[in-house]
Ligand binder design. Sequence first.
Ligand code: AMP
Length: 169
Amino acid sequence: MDLDTYIRDIENFPKPGIVFKDITPLLSNKEALNTCFEALHALAADLNIDKVVGIESRGFFFGTMLANKLNAGFVPVRKPGKLPYTTFEERYELEYGTDSLQMHTDAIREGEHVLIHDDVLATGGTAKAACDLVTKAGGIIVQCNFIMELEFLKGSEKIAFPIKSVVKY
Ligand code: AMP
């Protein structure tokens, strides 16, 4: 199955000049959803993951499912002001702006093996911020995995951990 068929390009969203990779067609088709999930799972199946960290918000869709199938826990990394308990925070640069990410201080224990998951690796700022949060908490990042990687933006150069993706552009 060609998952690329289910990833829709939306030009000039959310800002002029950005080609937004819309995964809602992939999520809404049961075969595409399953194929994508199984492919993501296969990337991390043998890694003994303790926690899957999903990045708000599109990293939550598959992140929680992956955690369950990997027999791991799920940890949300969220935009500021969304998490109710004490948080670690990291600032980061986005393809379209700057922002920061937060994670609960008790979400990951020292030495836990962590898989970081998001839908898109673009410039890498978001994933790097998530990596920094996990490292701050004492977690060991085993892999960062994505539905797709926009290779021309060279995001992988910012990430000092193994990177895997199902679709590459
Ligand atoms: P970056 O920090 O540049 O790697 O951007 C990655 C984050 O922004 C991910 O959480 C993506 O969901 C989102 N993102 C960045 N660029 C795009 C894009 N072209 N299409 C869809 N989502 C994107």
